[in-house]
Design a protein around this ligand. Structure first.
Ligand code: SF4
Length: 331
């Protein structure tokens, strides 16, 4: 049955994840914190592709792990289909894992080298006790392989991971997620370990799945250039916060935040006539233990002004320009 495309079914409100920045000692109970995710509010609709973009260390993977229940939030709330799923008991979490699956960056690490493709993809069915009979489970495995683009499926069943190419391995990882018929896939840098020639194939596969299986995808990437293929909306993260969110076209063609503009400016453009000035940000991403005061981007912002060191502007949306947001800051 077709599900309503616009239904908001995953939502985070003020989500935070802080890690201890060292060992806690009896004489130093007030240990510093790594602010990995620092107040993220976003929504995801059914069958939507939301790209989460930012430099490494910005908190996007930690955010994905919290959505999966693999990291416990420090604060904030996660709702799935209107239900608070922030802190669930293990048995409730197990049910939810069927609906929210994760595809990790490294297909070499994700697959057990001693298992055949059939064993790898059947395993989630056994863990979740799915399938009345072996035949039903086998049919699910075949369908998942074919939907992941590995056809004819029976030629892959007895192979081991080392007998597959990098792209085929990532398709097996995706098939192992599909076999549970999830409603959301959190894909964490799913193509960054693959050859450039097969990256587009895997992205196209995810794009097809969101239509054929009505799966929503959270596509985590450091490469803003790769999201134009299929993202509906783009959220740009910097130092644990979303600094800009909007439709793919708005963010890519009319970016508002100086950080988004800088990320876009360094995407390689093959046509020399279309090349434009690159914005090279000063310095490294600040240490997430020592978040700069005011706007956390101010030490690297090419257009920072005095008030930026004192106050943080409201998050930019495409309907409110960043400059207007900055002007609202108390001087
Ligand atoms: Fe740059 Fe200031 Fe805007 Fe921050 S608030 S992004 S420092 S202009």
């Amino acid at each position: 049955m077709k599900k309503p495309a616009n239904a908001k079914f995953l939502e985070t409100r003020g989500l935070k994840k802080y890690f201890d920045a060292g060992k806690r000692w009896i004489f130093s109970p007030n240990i510093k914190k790594v602010h990995a995710v620092d107040g993220v509010s976003l929504t995801l609709r059914r069958s939507e592709v939301l790209a989460l973009v930012g430099e490494s260390g910005c908190g996007k993977t930690t955010l994905g792990l919290m959505l999966m229940g693999l990291e416990e939030p420090t604060d904030g709330t996660i709702f799935f289909e209107g239900r608070d799923i922030t802190h669930l008991a293990d048995h409730e979490r197990k049910d939810l894992r069927r609906k929210i699956q994760m595809v990790f960056q490294d297909p070499y690490e994700s697959l057990n080298p001693t298992q055949t493709v059939k064993e790898i993809i059947s395993e989630p069915l056994h863990v979740h006790n799915i399938g009345e009979s072996q035949q039903e489970r086998d049919e699910r495995v075949i369908k998942a392989l074919e939907d992941a683009g590995l056809k004819p499926a029976d030629t892959y069943l007895t192979r081991f991971p080392h007998e597959l190419s990098g792209g085929q391995r990532q398709r097996v990882v995706i098939a192992a997620a599909l076999v549970l018929e999830p409603e959301i896939i959190v894909a964490d840098e799913p193509v960054s370990m693959l050859d450039v020639s097969i990256r587009a194939e895997v992205i196209n596969l995810l794009a097809e799945l969101r239509i054929s299986r009505q799966i929503a995808v959270i596509f985590i990437t450091h490469d803003l250039g790769s999201v134009g293929f299929f993202a509906d909306r783009v959220a740009v993260m910097y130092l644990g916060r979303i600094v800009e969110i909007g439709t793919m076209l708005d963010v890519l063609e009319r970016p508002q935040h100086p950080y988004t503009k800088a990320l876009l400016s360094v995407i390689p453009v093959p046509n020399p006539r279309l090349r434009h000035e690159r914005i090279i940000l000063k310095g490294e991403t600040p240490n997430p233990v020592e978040i700069p005061p005011g706007c956390r981007f101010h030490p690297r912002c090419p257009v920072a002004f005095d008030a930026c060191r004192l106050s943080d502007p409201p998050m930019t949306t495409v309907s409110k320009t960043h400059q207007a947001a900055c002007l609202l800051m108390p001087k």
